[in-house]
Design a protein around this ligand. Structure first.
Ligand SMILES: Cc1cc2nc3c(=O)[nH]c(=O)nc-3n(C[C@H](O)[C@H](O)[C@H](O)COP(=O)(O)OP(=O)(O)OC[C@H]3O[C@@H](n4cnc5c(N)ncnc54)[C@H](O)[C@@H]3O)c2cc1C
Length: 370
């Protein structure tokens, strides 16, 4: 078994659920209990009242990327979108921005009373005319001022940067739990590893034996682990690492969500502590794998970045963990996240670093029969 450090959020995991017998037949089978599988269970339970819906998760609760991310509920920021526009064209970027805004609104509409109010996010990279022009087009697309130029304090200096006023932070495990609690009538089976799935029949390793399960509609929501189930899948793993410090008495940077270096580095405040993740731009090859053991090299990088942004080193690292994203065809943007596998089965996976907002949008579309 892989060694892994729990994420800051996983301290809030509920007790493991004892295994219950699996049903032999269900109307809907969902594989994977991350954001994708959980939101889908919720929307399908509402769209198909009375249908039997089973979510099978191979881990004890669902320790995929969904409980190991940074908890940015975000529709994006200008540096990243400018880079992406160079790679995939501006129309793809604008469409993705609209979709992510829909996701942010959807999460707030469903869980608003359980989320923090939006604190906004800022792009710490230098403000350029190119970014101003893109922000104008993004705002025009949104029909409101999502990106505004504002003074922020970054690394001890007051500076003008773009602030995205709609973004906010969330606690990923609390959100997962809230979504599951809202999905009435759904059965959740943990420690159930699907080893084969095709055309209405799944074989599931559960409590030491393989069980056969028949389903009417099946949804594979296995993200970065997809290739271990579907060897031909093009979803490539990309690891990300995060550290969280001890509580801070002072910090030289405003308590907004922040992005630096084209969004590769991202930081926020959590319970008076500082969270920072990233570094993939410098460790691309080392991080292209599915392994939950964090590394010293990335930790040193994140510590140095934290020291700069916080402005002192009167803190220690209390949490350091890794999570794994899934990138369709290795792409960050522009590839399909829905693939039909056969007449009964669909793959819903590969949201890269955007799943907090994108997964509920896909779930809503699937449940609406789109
Ligand atoms: C370090 C890091 C930081 C991130 N930060 C952000 C952020 O701030 N904002 C944002 O929007 N996105 C962020 N992301 C991305 C986001 O976390 C993901 O896009 C999202 O969680 C994907 O959800 P999912 O349900 O598709 O996948 P997962 O959460 O990975 O869920 C897949 C589940 O399937 C289960 N599974 C796999 N194979 C099987 C099988 N054969 N049988 C049964 N179960 C199986 C796994 O155990 C897992 O629980 C980040 C990701 C990482 C790694």
């Amino acid at each position: 078994m892989t060694t892994r450090s729990l994420s800051y959020w996983e301290d809030a995991l509920p007790d493991a659920v004892p295994p219950a017998p699996l049903p032999a037949d269900v109307d809907v089978l969902i594989v994977g209990a991350g954001f994708m599988g959980s939101w889908l269970a919720l929307f399908l339970s509402e769209a198909r009242p009375g249908a039997s819906i089973l979510v099978v998760e191979r881990d004890v609760f669902g320790l995929g990327a969904s409980s190991r991310n940074a908890g940015f509920l975000t529709c994006g920021h200008v540096s990243e979108m400018l880079d992406d526009a160079g790679d995939v064209g501006e129309e793809v970027v604008l469409a993705s921005f609209e979709r992510r805004r829909r996701g942010v609104a959807l999460v707030r509409a469903r869980l608003g009373d359980q989320l923090e109010a939006p604190c906004g996010s800022f792009d710490a990279d230098e403000l350029t005319d190119e970014k101003r022009a893109l922000a104008e087009r993004l705002n025009a697309r949104a029909g409101r001022e999502v990106f505004v130029e504002r003074e922020v304090c970054f690394m001890g200096e007051t500076t003008t940067r773009f602030v995205n006023v709609e973004d906010g932070g969330l606690h990923p495990v609390c959100v997962l739990e809230a979504v599951r609690a809202a999905a009435r009538g759904v059965t959740w089976a943990y420690g159930a590893d699907v080893v084969e799935i095709t055309a209405g029949v799944a074989r599931v390793q559960h409590v030491g034996k393989i069980e056969t399960l028949r389903y009417g509609a099946g949804y594979v929501c296995t993200n970065a682990a997809t290739r271990s189930l579907l060897a031909e899948s093009d979803i490539e793993p990309g690891r990300g690492q995060i550290i969280v410090t001890s509580p801070l008495t002072r910090c030289a940077t405003d308590p907004l969500l922040g992005y630096r270096d084209g969004g590769y580095d991202y930081f926020r405040r959590v319970d008076g502590r500082f969270l920072i993740g990233g570094g993939r731009q410098h460790f691309r090859r080392e991080e292209a794998l599915f392994d939950l053991a964090p590394t010293a090299a990335v930790r040193h990088y994140l510590e140095a970045a934290a020291r700069e942004i916080i402005g002192h080193d009167d803190w220690t690292v209390e949490h350091h963990w890794a999570g794994v994203m899934g990138f369709p065809g290795g792409q960050h943007l522009g590839a399909a996240t829905r693939r039909r596998l056969d007449g009964r089965t669909e793959l819903l996976a590969g949201f890269g670093g955007m799943g907090v907002a994108c997964a509920p949008v896909v779930a809503e579309e699937v449940a609406a029969g789109e």
